[in-house]
Design a protein around this ligand. Structure first.
Ligand code: NDP
Length: 476
C-alpha cells in the first residue's frame, strides 16, 4: 500500500506544514495510516492571498485559450496517474478500486471538458438605443472557495475547480476531513502539468475551522459547497454577510419510478446500482424505488436476488460494496437498518472482514410507506426502499413527497408518460429509461428544494463561476 502524504497544505506551489495535525484512517480496516494537516484561519488566509497573487500575476494574465491548453495538460496528467490516484482513494475513503479509478478518469474528463470550453463562452451585443453600442462581458469572480465532501473528492474537485479555472478564477479547496489525499495529489499534479502557482490551493482541516474560515473569508468571492443541508445553510449564512454567491449541492432522496410497461431487464441493473454505488454514499443515489402494483412482486423479487449476491469487502479488493467512510456514518446507517421495516434481502458480510472496518450489509426493504423515514430521509448507505403505487398521479405525488429534489429516474415505454413525468417531477435532473447517464460531465447538475441551488457540471456551470458585466458605450 502507498503511504499517505506527509501532513501539509498546498499553498501557491509550497508545501506548508501546520502545528496541529489530524489522523487519517483506512475505512476498510479502521487502522490509522498517517496524518493530515489541520489547516485553519491562518492557512486559509495565506491560500486566499496566494490565489489573489495568481489572479494578479501569471494565471490572470493568460488568454482563455492558454488557460484551456494548460487544463488539457492537467487532464492528461490525471489520466496517466489514474491508477495511483485510485489506490490512494481506496485507502483514504474506502472506495472500491474500479469506482475510484472511474472517479479519477471523470476528474480528468472535467478538466478536458472545461479546458475545451475556456475560450467558448461569449458575451453578447445588445441592440439598444441609436448612438449606443452595448455589450456583455463574462468575467471571473476572482478567488473561489470549494468545500468538498468525502464521497466523491476527485469528481467534485474536477467539476467545480475545473469550471472555476476555465473562467479564470483562482481556487482554494477545503477537502473533507476524511478525504484529503487525492485533493492534495490533484493540486500537485496540476502544478506539475503547468498550472501557475496559486491558481489551485488545497487546505485540509476540520469543517468548523478551515471550512468555516473559507466560507467566511472576505477574499472569497464565490463558494461552491457540496455536503449536508445543515452545513450548507451555515456556509450560505457565512457568505451572505458579504453577498458572495454560493452554489449548494446538498444531496437528496431520489426516486426511481418503475411502471408496469417498463423494460425490466434493462431497468434492474440500474435500480440496484443507483442505490449501492459507493456504498450508497452518493448525493444522487436512487435510494427509493416506486413500483407499479402489477409488477411490484416481480421487481422486488429480482432486486432481492441481486442484493443477496452483492459482494462486500475491503476497497482495495474491489468488491461491489466497500465500507462506509467512518464510524459516525456507520452508526447513522445502522439506525436505519434497525428501523423495523420489512427486509427483503440483505447481502452477507464475509467472516474475514477486518474488525475495525466500517461495514454494513447492503439491505433491500419492502412495503415501505411514503411517510416512513426510509422513504423521506437521506440514508447515505447501501440501502434501497421499495414502495408500491397504483396510478401515475399517485407515483408523482409520492416521488415529490420529500423535502429534496435532486434527481429522478423513470422507467416506462409510454412516450407521453415519459414527457408528463419529466415535467411533473421536482428534480434538477430527470433520467428516462436510464439513471445517471453514465456520469454525464456535460449535463448540468444541481437540485431544487433542500437539494440546493445553482448548477455545476456541463456548460451551465461556467455561468455560475463567472459574473456578467454590461458595458454601454454612447458614441453618438
Ligand atoms: P458536511 O456537510 O458536514 O461536510 C461537507 C463538507 O463541509 C466537508 O468538507 C466538511 O469538512 C465541511 N464543513 C463541515 N462543517 C463546516 C462549516 N461549519 N463550514 C464550512 N464547511 C464545513 O457532511 P458530513 O461529512 O458531516 O456528512 C453528514 C451527512 O451529510 C451525510 O450522512 C450525508 O447525508 C450528507 N452528505 C451529503 C453529501 C452530498 O454529496 N451532497 C456529501 C457528504 C455528506 P469536514 O469533513 O472536515 O467536517
Amino acid at each position: 500500500m502507498s503511504a499517505p502524504l506527509a501532513p501539509h497544505c498546498l499553498i501557491g506551489d509550497e508545501t506548508v506544514t501546520t502545528a496541529r495535525t489530524l489522523p487519517v484512517h483506512d475505512p476498510s480496516t479502521g487502522e490509522e495510516t498517517g496524518r493530515i494537516a489541520r489547516g485553519a484561519g491562518d492557512e486559509i488566509d495565506r491560500a486566499v492571498r496566494a490565489a489573489e497573487g495568481a489572479r494578479a500575476g501569471l494565471w490572470g494574465g493568460l488568454d482563455a485559450a492558454e488557460r484551456g491548453a494548460i487544463m488539457g495538460d492537467i487532464a492528461s496528467a490525471i489520466r496517466a496517474r489514474a491508477g495511483e490516484l485510485a489506490v490512494a482513494e481506496a485507502h483514504d475513503v474506502g472506495k472500491p478500486l474500479k469506482q475510484a479509478r472511474a472517479d479519477a478518469l471523470a476528474c480528468a474528463r472535467y478538466f478536458e471538458f472545461y479546458g475545451g470550453a475556456a475560450d467558448k463562452l461569449h458575451g453578447q451585443t445588445i441592440p439598444f438605443r441609436r448612438g449606443y453600442t452595448v455589450m456583455t462581458l463574462r468575467e471571473p469572480h476572482g478567488v473561489t472557495g470549494h468545500i468538498v465532501p468525502w464521497n466523491y473528492p476527485m469528481q467534485i474537485i474536477g467539476r467545480s475547480v475545473g469550471a472555476a479555472l476555465a473562467m479564470g478564477n483562482a481556487c482554494v479547496v477545503k477537502p473533507g476531513e476524511d478525504a484529503s489525499q487525492t485533493a492534495l495529489m490533484l493540486g500537485r499534479i496540476a502544478i506539475e502539468a503547468g498550472l501557475p502557482a496559486g491558481a489551485m490551493n488545497v487546505v485540509p482541516g476540520l469543517g468548523q475551522e478551515a471550512g468555516a474560515a473559507l466560507s467566511g473569508h472576505p477574499g472569497i468571492r464565490h463558494v461552491s459547497f457540496t455536503g449536508s443541508t445543515v452545513t450548507g445553510a451555515d456556509v450560505q449564512q457565512a457568505a451572505a454577510g458579504r453577498a458572495a454567491p454560493v452554489t449548494l449541492e446538498l444531496g437528496g432522496k431520489s426516486p426511481q419510478v418503475v411502471f408496469a410497461d417498463a423494460d425490466l431487464d434493462a431497468a434492474l441493473p440500474f435500480l440496484a446500482m443507483a442505490a449501492v454505488q459507493n456504498a450508497g454514499q452518493t448525493c444522487s443515489a436512487g435510494s427509493r424505488v416506486l413500483i407499479e402494483e402489477a409488477v411490484y412482486d416481480e421487481v422486488t423479487a429480482r432486486l432481492a436476488e441481486h442484493f443477496a449476491g452483492l459482494t462486500v469487502g475491503k476497497a482495495i479488493d474491489d468488491p461491489d460494496v466497500g465500507p462506509l467512510i467512518n464510524a459516525r456514518q456507520r452508526r447513522k446507517v445502522g439506525d436505519f437498518l434497525d428501523c423495523g421495516a420489512t427486509v427483503l434481502a440483505r447481502a452477507p458480510l464475509p467472516d474475514d472482514l477486518p474488525e475495525g472496518g466500517h461495514y454494513v450489509a447492503p439491505t433491500l426493504f419492502g412495503d415501505v410507506r411514503p411517510d416512513d423515514a426510509l422513504a423521506r430521509e437521506e440514508v447515505f448507505g447501501p440501502v434501497l426502499a421499495c414502495l408500491k403505487f397504483t396510478t401515475e398521479t399517485e407515483a408523482v405525488a409520492m416521488a415529490n413527497a420529500t423535502p429534496y429534489g435532486l434527481v429522478a429516474g423513470v422507467w416506462t415505454r409510454d412516450g407521453g408518460r415519459q414527457l408528463r413525468m419529466a415535467h411533473a417531477l421536482e428534480a434538477g435532473q430527470v433520467f428516462i429509461n436510464n439513471y445517471g447517464a453514465g456520469g454525464g460531465v456535460e449535463l448540468p447538475f444541481g437540485g431544487v428544494k433542500l437539494s440546493g441551488h445553482g448548477r455545476e457540471k456541463g456548460f451551465e456551470a461556467l455561468y455560475g463561476f463567472s459574473t456578467l458585466k454590461t458595458v454601454a458605450i454612447m458614441h453618438g
